[in-house]
Design a protein around this ligand. Structure first.
Ligand SMILES: Nc1nc2c(ncn2[C@@H]2O[C@H](COP(=O)(O)OP(=O)(O)OP(=O)(O)O)[C@@H](O)[C@H]2O)c(=O)[nH]1
Ligand SMILES: [Mg+2]
Length: 341
């Protein structure tokens, strides 16, 4: 169940630079038989030290991480919703993704052409938002129109749907992002059918050095609870093949910012991880938060869900502690000893 994130931004802000850096860290595609081989899709492993520790404990031959698909989308320009630039194709590409990553230019370098006449990540965010909002408005209008005949014939569902669509339309007309509005569970269910562009979870990347991002902008993101990262993409691009030691020598943060970006992306997709581990492999599996054990089993193999009896569960930390031979057995513990006798 690989979920995807679309990289969205104005032209020349560093989207492809990010994409290329991510895909240089690309996982071995052979391990993922169903992944699309598309030049614009990069399958990226989600770094997870728990996999490493479990693999060490059970002496696994293979380690398999969860993955996210990152999709490089052509630059958006004002008027895209009306078909400007690559317009509709561009918006169709975003529609297919599960979440959106905005890349906003924060680097000053005058040698790189800026399609806007000044450096202003908030204004750029507004331009992107506006195009997505306009497209969503079009979607609501089309659907409202086609609901008319069902409503005339008295369909209760159609009436409900119309109410929700009008609520959404009202927000959009005020220039609001649907993702940031309150909907009941029932309303969300109805809205989710339409793949609204502004209903997708989002993450913001300010492309530049920390010192290039004014405090006022950081405050604005914090005040709105917009999840953001400041990453100097060009530096990360140039440093992609460096070892930890080399990074230290150059006084770069040892943990690459991109690992953080990948982890954050995973979070906004609403994913959590469970593990299977043994001598063959240690593997991380992605599930949506709120998944029950049989369905989690079904991620591994559909038979596990159909023929589910029970799951024996231990938290990874407890397993590591137990494996560390330091574990004090507690009253009532159920113990399965892993051994290689
Ligand atoms: N100084 C500086 N230049 C950057 C940075 N990120 C990207 N660039 C440069 O900006 C130019 C455009 O970068 P791309 O990654 O191709 O931009 P893009 O957003 O994919 O552009 P389109 O696909 O045309 O929409 C390239 O020459 C990059 O080297 C950065 O962090 N700092
Ligand atoms: Mg590009």
């Amino acid at each position: 169940m690989a979920l995807s994130i679309g990289i969205v931004g104005l032209p020349n802000v560093g989207k492809s630079t990010l994409f290329e850096t991510l895909t240089k860290k690309q996982v071995d595609k052979a391990n993922y038989p169903f992944c699309t081989i598309d030049p614009n899709v990069g399958v990226v492993a989600v770094p997870d030290e728990r996999v490493d520790k479990l693999a060490e404990l059970t002496k696994s031959q293979r380690k398999i991480y969860t993955t996210i698909d990152f999709i490089d989308i052509a630059g958006l320009v004002k008027g895209a919703s009306q078909g400007e630039g690559l317009g509709n194709k561009f918006l169709a590409n975003i529609r297919e993704t599960d979440a959106i990553l905005y890349v906003l230019r924060a680097f000053a370098n005058p040698n790189i052409i800026n399609t806007q006449d000044s450096l202003d990540p908030l204004r750029d965010k507004d331009i992107l938002d506006t195009e997505l909002i306009l497209k969503d408005l079009e979607t609501t209008e089309k659907r409202l129109h086609s609901l008319d005949s069902d409503i005339k014939s008295g369909s209760k569902e159609a009436i409900k749907e119309k109410e929700v669509l009008l609520k959404a339309k009202n927000f959009l007309e005020q220039g609001k992002i649907l993702f940031e509005q309150q909907f009941t569970e029932e309303e969300s269910k109805l809205l989710n059918q339409y793949q609204f562009l502004t209903l997708k979870p989002r993450l913001y990347l300010l492309n530049g050095q920390d010192k290039e991002v004014p405090q006022s902008i950081i405050k604005e993101f914090q005040n709105h609870n917009w999840p953001f990262l400041i990453v100097d993409l060009l530096t990360e691009f140039e440093a992609v093949n460096l070892s930890k030691e080399e990074r230290q020598e150059l006084e770069l943060p040892v943990e690459t910012e991109l690992d953080l970006l990948i982890k954050k992306s995973y979070e906004i997709l609403g994913l959590i991880t469970f593990f299977t581990t043994g001598p063959d492999e240690t593997r991380a599996w992605a599930i949506k938060q709120g998944t029950k054990a049989p369905q989690a089993g079904g991620v591994i193999h559909s038979d596990f869900e159909k023929a589910f009896i029970k799951a024996e569960v231990i938290n990874w930390q407890d397993l590591i502690n137990a494996g560390g031979k330091e574990y004090l057995v507690k009253d009532g513990d159920v113990i399965e000893i892993k051994h290689n006798a």
